[in-house]
Design a protein around this ligand. Structure first.
Ligand code: XIL
Length: 382
């Protein structure tokens, strides 16, 4: 019996990740055949890597660890590389949780996505409070950030494939405070250091590990806001950074979908292709497809049509990535419902991952499996 991780102070931020999505999912009674090829093997002929976010505590469960190690060939530490985890007290770093995950990845022939160096969320209290009460000046803040990025990227040098350097800087379609570039002007970092902080973060990360692939990561940058305005802003940002010679290698779309908002798979694919046309790689970095469920414990979709809609959305996400040769990895944000962030952050919603609360594969899993089987013959090799 699995126990879902504590959700934390979720509600205030939940609306930020409004996506789109579809209805219903039913847990499958059929476990995956242990001898059927895992997702990573099905994707290998195309050269696409399949990833999952992992929380290290879950690896103590052998059934969880078995799936994490066998199905996927990329691991993203779900929270363990965030600033509040690695430097809870000023000047004293704790890499232990992330190191453990990186070791797990190495033992299972997996790459690692590093998430995240520069973000407005999950920063340590000493930093946020220090800036607020004036004990950390703007000049000091810039130096602290430089040090943070240098220390973190240097510690993991050669062991991280892709870094999410900057996360969630673009304003939502409904946001009151975008600047002329569509960047949130009231973002913690932008309001103190200006939007040039994004380019600086890329430069500092590149200096610390010139071989790591450096990504800008965000949500709803592939048309999910209905207007494509956020995608346009992301495209302009990526283009500006490229023109300025900033060492950016890719754009990551989080892909947190929701069955109540709809999903335009053609738009998704076209927007991915547009980033690729800039000479960038793309990645799906945090995919899940949530819907309304009976309870956070059992996570059975309340709308019987939801399961099919979820499968359709999963298929749209994966096939969009498969169609774009520059899409190098497809990552789910935790692979099982019991460990998903969704029930803790989106009231009444869940069933967002390919495995149910008992670690059994669902229709979504079989959809991914089937799409990868077909892609072997049709998708461009990367
Ligand atoms: C989430 C984690 O899954 C939760 O465990 C944590 O409480 C909050 O953050 N976008 C991101 C991720 O870039 O870092 C977030 O992860 C989900 C939304």
């Amino acid at each position: 019996m699995r126990v879902r991780r504590a959700a934390g102070a979720a509600a205030a931020l939940a609306c930020a990740w409004a996506g789109l999505v579809a209805p219903g999912a039913t847990a499958s009674a059929h476990p995956a055949h242990p001898d059927s090829p895992p997702l990573r093997a099905l994707a290998a002929p195309i050269g696409l890597r399949i990833g999952t976010a992992v929380a290290p505590a879950n690896l103590a469960d052998p059934a969880y660890a078995e799936i994490a190690g066998r199905q996927f060939n990329v691991i993203t530490p779900e929270n363990e590389l965030k600033w509040e985890t690695v430097e809870p007290t000023r000047g004293s770093y704790d890499w232990s949780a992330a190191d453990r995950l990186v070791d797990f990845a190495r033992a299972h022939g997996q790459q690692v996505r590093g998430h995240v160096l520069l973000w407005h969320n999950q920063n340590p209290a000493w930093l946020v409070d220090g800036v607020e009460n004036g004990t950390i000046s703007t000049a000091q803040l810039r130096e602290i950030l430089h040090q943070h990025i240098t220390a973190e990227v240097t510690h993991f040098k050669g062991r991280i494939w892709q870094w999410d350097v900057a996360n969630e800087f673009l304003a939502d379609a409904w946001s009151p405070a975008p600047n002329e570039h569509g960047i949130n002007s009231d973002d913690f970092w932008v309001s103190h250091l200006g939007e040039g902080v994004i380019a600086d973060a890329f430069r500092w990360a590149h200096e610390a590990d010139p071989k790591a692939l450096l990504f800008y990561n965000d949500y709803n940058i592939t048309g999910e806001d209905g207007t494509n305005a956020k995608s346009d802003a992301a495209y302009d940002l990526a283009k500006r950074l490229r023109q300025q010679g900033v060492p950016i290698d890719g754009v990551g779309e989080q892909a947190h979908l929701d069955t109540q908002y709809g999903f335009d798979a053609d738009r998704f694919r076209t927007d991915l292709q547009r980033f690729a046309s800039l000479g960038l790689k793309v990645a799906i970095t945090e995919a899940d497809v949530r819907t309304f469920v009976d309870s956070a414990e059992t996570q059975v979709p309340t709308d019987p049509a939801a399961v099919a809609k979820q499968s359709e959305y999963w298929s749209g996400l994966l096939n969009g990535c498969l169609a774009v040769r520059q899409c190098i990895s497809f990552t789910v944000w935790e692979f099982d419902d019991a460990d998903s962030w969704v029930p803790g952050w989106f009231t009444g919603e869940g069933a967002a991952t390919p495995y149910d609360v008992h670690l059994q594969p669902k229709a979504a899993y079989r959809t991914l499996q089937q799409d990868l089987r077909e892609a072997k013959h049709t998708a461009p090799k990367r």
